[in-house]
Design a binder for this molecule. Structure first.
Ligand code: ATP
Ligand code: ZN
Length: 294
């Protein structure tokens, strides 16, 4: 059988989470420290370790069958290619690599509306997404394309505004810039390569996608066990976040109390436990879920 190739970022903000995800999905590789290629040991799936910016192209050119990359990079690549029908949509959103692409101005300027960008220079590493935003607003402005250190452009006098990635906003504040508009909310996702696969490889890719989706689901899921008065069962079932039909078990020697077990598919907060207790629950245990296939 020919093998599948999956591309992930070699080193950077997405690398560790991407590797952990594939590890949890049961993929094992013969690691080589510097090589860009890890050979799959237990499944015919190999890994390419590359710069994140190269991943969309590897997918679109059919070099890779799967890739993990930020929505920001995937969308930008499609816009820059500007080929009709060039599209990359995340198959599964991964809930890491969260950031947003923002328009920012120097702090001493007030933001009224996009119109004030007309005729100005905007520094960015995202010319495609910036141009799309300007077109949507019907504004003409000059885009100054930079590959890094975008945030210093206004103080250097090379641009009046910037469009850059932000996660906490610390870098912007340090450079006396203020966020004005969000152009894109982004997180990492699993993307598919453009080349159609034969039946066998397609089945393998589907299997991997199912495992990745299950790993995602399990991250939030908890197994909750508690004792409850029989009369409060309905109220307690409603208080369990994201649980479908809990299992109810008798308790030896107790007529009016039962044990309740449930898989909660949403985060279980302390507030949930406090409400359960107030509804009559005792001996509440919250356990992590290791694997789940449904
Ligand atoms: P490479 O050498 O692979 O090109 P890079 O410097 O472009 O690395 P990183 O800084 O590691 O990339 O960011 C990779 C991705 O992480 C970004 O494209 C984005 O999707 C996500 N990300 C999350 N938070 C941030 C942030 N605060 N700044 C930049 N990227 C972020
Ligand atoms: Zn990059």
């Amino acid at each position: 059988m020919t093998r599948l190739k999956i591309a992930i970022q070699k080193s950077g903000r997405l690398s560790q989470d991407s590797q952990e995800l594939l590890d949890k999905a049961g993929l094992q590789f013969n690691r080589s420290k510097d090589k860009l290629f890890w050979y799959g040991r237990n499944l015919p799936v190999d890994m390419l370790l590359v710069r994140d910016d190269d991943i969309p192209r590897l997918l679109l050119d059919g070099v890779c069958d799967l890739g993990i990359v930020g929505e920001n990079v995937a969308t930008e690549c499609c816009l820059e290619r500007a080929l009709p029908g060039t599209q990359l949509a995340p198959e599964i959103r991964l809930d890491f690599g969260h950031c947003r692409l923002c328009l920012a101005l120097p702090e001493d300027q007030t933001w009224h509306s996009p119109q004030q960008l007309a005729g100005k220079r905007i520094a960015t590493s995202y010319p495609g997404l910036t141009q799309q935003y300007l077109d949507q607003q019907g504004i003409q402005a000059a885009i100054v394309e930079l590959s890094g250190a975008v945030e210093i452009a206004p103080s250097m006098g090379t641009a009046e505004a910037i469009v850059d990635l932000v996660s906490t906003g610390t870098t912007l504040r340090a450079n006396h810039l203020r966020e004005c508009e969000t152009l894109l909310e982004s997180q990492a996702g699993v993307y598919l390569g453009s080349t159609p696969l034969d039946e066998e490889r397609n089945a393998l890719r589907q299997r991997l996608l199912e495992r990745i989706a299950a790993v995602q689901q399990v991250k939030e899921s908890k197994y909750v066990m508690l004792h409850a008065p029989r009369r409060a069962l309905k109220a307690i079932a409603e208080l369990l976040p994201g649980a479908e039909s809990p299992t109810v078990l008798p308790l030896e020697g107790q007529e009016d109390r039962v044990a309740v077990h449930a898989v909660c598919r949403e985060t279980v907060f302390w507030e949930h436990l406090e409400k359960l207790k107030a509804a009559g629950a005792t001996a509440v245990l919250v356990l992590p879920v290791e694997k789940m296939l449904s």
